[in-house]
Design a protein around this ligand. Structure first.
Ligand code: AQP
Length: 331
């Protein structure tokens, strides 16, 4: 029987936020007992926009700490950083040769990140989705838990896997399934309910960091954008900010949207924000404490990534050899 294997990752581009946690890492924790799991720190993706080398190193170790603090068990899941495994780049090149430019031109993340400066953007940023396809296919992952923003890249991964299978006339790659679950698959900025919460937003008040202390979390929710409507209702089209706060509250408390809506419909924003920030502080408290302890122990984090790279390499090397043989390379 084929192994059900999960691969997912986060870029070490700064402090992780509530969107990374609710959209991705919390889902990883929930499913880690049901799949063979590989959780990657995607440093090759991170350098598709310029990074300070010292900060990248620190951020990579901190991301490993965050994974464990959130509840990933390093004894049963493989935690590693992408650049240690040469197969990611090797497979990305092979897959790039069968990815039509038309497919890449449709990718909204590139359009958003490159903005008006498309011609000045690097080839790496443009080819980001091909590298992501390689990350997943290198390990023959069957399931990929991600936030809603990565759905389009996952669809492209399936298309690229299909292109490889057609080109070499065999069902070599299984098409991976996205796992986009929970009530907060797309957490929005606290300053603008129509914009994704992200590490690169200029405003610190747009996001809650996993390392924020209680006072900071309370302050950020207090300043979160609200609207002029009565009560609190889930209405994505007309009330993006209220809807976002409801989604966060549901995901943090494990309640359904319906339960939350009943609980908060007659509240004003101020009362609801206090309820929400108390719930988030209580949930994140133990995560933040463990995270701070772990980030102080660089030697442990380094040894964890060494062991993870060894385990990931065992799988990757076997698979990339097979792939090269299919392509016709002398190995
Ligand atoms: N706002 C979000 N809501 C739900 N899930 C999210 N993810 C990211 N943001 C949200 C999920 O987290 C995983 C890692 O994504 P990433 O490393 O690309 O995180 P990011 O914060 O989007 O990174 P950046 O560099 O800050 O990106 P931009 O340039 O958008 O600002 C993925 O599973 C993602 O779905």
């Amino acid at each position: 029987m084929m192994t059900s294997r999960v691969l997912s990752g986060v870029q070490p581009t700064g402090n992780l936020h509530l969107g990374n946690y609710l959209g991705a890492i919390k889902q990883w924790v929930d499913i880690q007992g049901s799949y063979e799991c590989l959780f990657c720190i995607v440093d090759l993706h991170a350098i598709t926009v310029p990074q300070d080398p010292k900060y990248l190193t620190e951020s990579t170790l901190d991301t490993a700490a965050a994974y464990i603090a959130c509840g990933i068990d390093p004894e049963t899941s493989v935690i590693f950083n992408q650049s240690r495994i040469a197969g990611h780049c090797e497979l990305a090149w092979i897959l790039g040769t069968m990815t039509p430019l038309g497919w890449l031109n449709r990718m909204t993340q590139f359009k958003e990140k490159a903005g008006k400066h498309k011609d000045q953007s690097g080839l790496g940023l443009y080819g980001y989705p091909v590298l992501m396809a390689a990350d997943i296919l290198l390990y023959h992952a069957t399931h990929v838990p991600v936030g809603e923003d990565q759905k389009q890249h996952l669809e492209l991964t399936r298309d690229i896997a299909g292109a490889f299978n057609r080109q070499y006339d065999r069902e070599y790659f299984t098409l991976p399934e996205p796992l986009i679950a929970g009530p907060a698959t797309r957490v929005m900025s606290l300053r603008d309910g129509t914009k994704k919460m992200s590490k690169s937003d200029e405003s610190e008040y747009s996001r809650i960091h996993l390392s924020d202390d209680s006072d900071t979390i309370a302050k950020k929710f207090k300043k979160a954008k609200s609207d002029m409507h009565e009560g609190i209702t889930h209405d994505p089209d007309n009330r993006p900010e209220a809807t976002n706060l409801i989604n966060i509250y549901a995901a943090i408390t494990g309640k359904t949207h319906e339960q939350v809506c009943q609980e908060v419909e007659s509240m004003g924003f101020s009362q609801f924000k206090t309820l929400l920030s108390d719930a988030v502080i209580e949930h994140l408290g133990p995560i933040t404490t463990t995270y701070r302890q772990l980030t102080d122990d660089k030697a442990y984090l380094q040894s964890l990534l060494d062991k993870g790279a060894e385990n990931a390499a065992a799988l990757a090397e076997k698979n990339i050899k097979q792939i090269k043989e299919i392509v016709g390379f002398v190995v």
